[in-house]
Ligand binder design. Structure first.
Ligand code: PLP
Length: 401
């Protein structure tokens, strides 16, 4: 039987993404170019992945070197770039050891397995549950979709993996329910990314951390979107005065090269032994070379200060914008992970900006999500603010006239 004729270029790709009608073929710094050589300012950073901008010189050079020597050898052998990346990650965090994998969902899978094993190793076989929070996002695998406390993500995939209990995010009173005798861990984002760019309330976080500490419940933070300098510190937890037991990373870790990591304190990490977990590709020489070069750039002196400064400049202007436009409900976020909530759906604003060659994202129907590369310049930020202002103005006139 001949195969049916397919009409669109992506027709042979399973229909899991609604794609924008743009074909990107090149990137450098804050910009990407499409196949017609049209240039776009990329304020999505490939969804918080290209934090150093596209094809950053330093990472590119290191990857070129590695491409000429060794791509893959399996975790049955010592991998120097993997060791170096683990060293620099643990030197710059409260974690002691790292497990490498290939994506965010896999990093959370590793954290979930570790939490279950840890409970048993502590003689707490009855602790079989992990608490997660409303509007979270932890991934799309069978188990991480169950960790994600959003019914729309579960739909069609029942029975979902058991062992998760959901509590409302930022809700102080519900924290009394965290320790019900069955909880081995909590897993949460410090700024909910997909769930509308919602930062955790510091007093709520501190109370949650206290409950976890007092009851030997693991405090696990999903820093897949908030990590790697995105919020102005290398990891977002640094700004909450807490010490997570487990941290998961992916997106920005490899500047676009696929890599994930799950880091833990030693007493927890010890629950993984040969045979308990693994990954063929996880931490391979190419991926960890990309990760190492990325984190070297992010931790270079003063780099993160420039991020904080740019964030302050952008949020100040956005708060001014909120004063000028009553359709803006709230400006929120941390560092260069910013959400602008409107009274109306924001898809038209995203599309108008795209017509002006600026790419942004949405997080839910009414929230515009802005993720500039951390290396964006103040000129680019000003250009963005001008275009955003004009777009909102035109949109409001369109709506009211
Ligand atoms: C993107 C994301 C994930 C999933 O990462 P994948 O690499 O797509 O599996 C998990 N948690 C958070 C907070 C994310 O932003």
């Amino acid at each position: 039987m001949p195969k049916s004729v397919m009409s669109t270029p992506s027709a042979r790709i399973m229909n899991t993404y609604q794609r924008f009608p743009i074909t990107l073929v090149k990137g450098k710094g804050s910009y990407v170019w499409d196949k017609n050589d049209t240039k776009y300012l990329d304020y999505t950073s490939g969804i918080a992945t290209c934090n150093l901008g596209h094809v950053p010189d330093f990472v590119q050079a290191k990857l070129h070197e590695q491409l000429d020597s060794l791509w893959h050898c399996s975790n049955l052998y010592e991998i120097p770039s993997q060791q170096a990346l683990a060293n620099i990650l643990t030197e710059n965090s409260v974690s002691d050891q790292v497990f490498f994998c290939n994506s965010g969902a896999e990093a959370n899978e590793a954290a979930i397995k570790l939490a279950k094993k840890y409970a048993k190793d502590q003689g707490h076989a009855e602790r079989t549950e992990i608490v997660t929070f409303s509007d979270s996002f932890h991934g799309r695998t069978g188990t991480t979709l169950a960790a994600t406390a959003q019914t729309k993500i579960h739909e069609g995939f029942t029975p979902i993996t058991p062992g998760f209990r959901y509590l409302p995010f930022n809700h102080l009173e519900s924290l009394t329910e965290v320790n019900n005798g069955k909880t081995t861990a909590v897993l949460l984002e410090l700024v909910q990314g997909e769930g509308g760019v919602r930062p955790a309330d510091p007093s709520w976080i501190q109370e949650l951390a206290k409950i976890c500490k007092e009851n030997d419940i693991l405090f696990m933070v999903d820093e897949i979107q908030t990590g790697m300098g995105r919020t102005g510190t290398l990891f977002a937890y640094e700004q909450f005065n807490i010490e997570p037991d487990v941290i998961t990373l992916a997106k920005g870790l490899g500047s676009g090269f696929p890599i994930g990591a799950m880091m833990a304190k030693e007493a927890v990490a010890n629950s993984f032994q040969p045979g308990t977990h693994g990954s063929t590709f996880g931490g391979n020489p190419l991926a960890t070379t990309a990760g190492l070069a990325t984190i070297e750039a992010l931790t270079s002196p003063d780099f993160l200060t420039t991020v904080t400064n740019k964030s302050a400049m952008l949020t100040k202007q956005l708060h001014q914008l909120k004063e000028d436009f009553p359709s803006i409900v709230e400006v929120r976020g941390m560092g260069l992970l910013i959400g602008i909530e409107f009274t109306h759906p924001v898809k038209p604003i995203m599309e108008s900006l795209r017509a002006k060659k600026i790419l942004v994202l949405i997080a839910g129907p009414k929230v515009l999500r802005i993720l500039p590369p951390l290396v964006t310049t103040t000129e680019e930020l000003e250009l963005f603010m001008d275009e955003l202002k004009h777009t909102i103005k035109a949109e409001e006139q369109g709506v009211t006239s």
